[in-house]
Write a protein that binds this ligand. Structure first.
Ligand code: COA
Length: 159
């Protein structure tokens, strides 16, 4: 398995991947609409098969993880993709790596906190607002929990 940066040639495949994982080609978070197929990121692949994908949005000296998906969980794919983004962000240099997850995503909360990210904010009802832009966002998520709030996590890169 290897991690490599996305290129323009990956665009349609990213589009299909995001559609399959996120129910649409767009991602909506904190009031922003993202087109992951137009974002920088990394893919984890083995023999041409995609095992995971991470996309990012860089603004100023902050780098946001817009999407992270592993198709083969528990084998180090997610960790390797976050590490690739972390190193790229440090090189740029960015002082802050951050992301939004949703209140139901206990697995992501565990995953990111175990990798040094800390909770910085809870945006109540933010997903309810995002759903007006992207109706494909399901009402319930993991463990049947209502998806309603956005939780912001960050990793400082400047210390
Ligand atoms: C969150 C997510 C990206 C994690 O990806 P992943 O590929 O399972 O991540 P990893 O394999 O690197 O780590 C998961 C666990 O597997 C364990 N693991 C990693 N490699 C392993 C190996 N070779 N053997 C055994 N266990 C291993 C890790 O220790 C880790 O456990 P920990 O988090 O308790 O430390 C994945 O669950 C996912 O795609 N979720 C759905 C989308 C999502 O929620 N995205 C994030 C919000 S935007």
């Amino acid at each position: 398995m290897r991690i490599r940066p996305l290129t323009a040639a990956d665009q349609s495949r990213v589009c299909q991947f995001i559609q399959a994982r996120w129910g649409a080609e767009i991602v909506v978070a904190h009031g922003a609409v993202y087109h992951p197929d137009q974002l920088p990121g990394f893919v984890c692949e083995a023999d041409g098969r995609w095992l995971g994908l991470i996309t990012t949005h860089i603004e100023g000296d902050t780098c946001e993880i817009v999407t992270l998906d592993s198709l083969t969980e528990g084998q180090g794919v997610g960790t390797a993709l976050v590490e690739a983004v972390k190193q790229a962000a440090k090189t740029r240099p960015c002082g802050r790596l951050w992301l939004i997850t949703t209140n139901d995503n206990l697995n992501a909360l565990r995953f990111y906190q175990k990798r040094g990210f800390v909770l910085t904010a809870v945006h109540r009802h933010a997903v309810t607002i995002s759903r007006q832009i992207k109706p494909a966002i399901p009402l319930t998520g993991q463990d049947g929990i209502l998806i309603r709030d956005e939780i912001e996590l960050e990793l400082r890169l400047d210390n």
